[in-house]
Design a protein around this ligand. Structure first.
Ligand SMILES: [Zn+2]
Length: 70
């Protein structure tokens, strides 16, 4: 089974707080009572984490599948 995290990319994003370029880093996400790690664009400087719109709206379904696959 493919375990892609979708089309999330860090390129082109800059931190809303300090303006540094964001990098894809593991972030803890809580969903449906579970917490798990996904890679999200984050700022190394101040810790800002970008939650892409598609992740907030639909990608969680894919993440849910990943959990079931364990
Ligand atoms: Zn920052």
């Amino acid at each position: 089974m493919k375990a892609e995290a979708g089309e999330i990319r860090a390129e082109g994003w800059t931190c809303a707080s300090c303006g540094s370029p964001l990098e894809l880093l593991p972030a803890d996400i809580a969903y449906m009572g579970s917490s798990f790690q996904v890679e999200l664009p984050r700022c190394r400087k101040c810790g800002f984490t970008l939650i892409p719109q598609d992740l907030a709206e639909g990608k969680m379904l894919e993440v849910e599948k990943l959990l079931e696959d364990k």
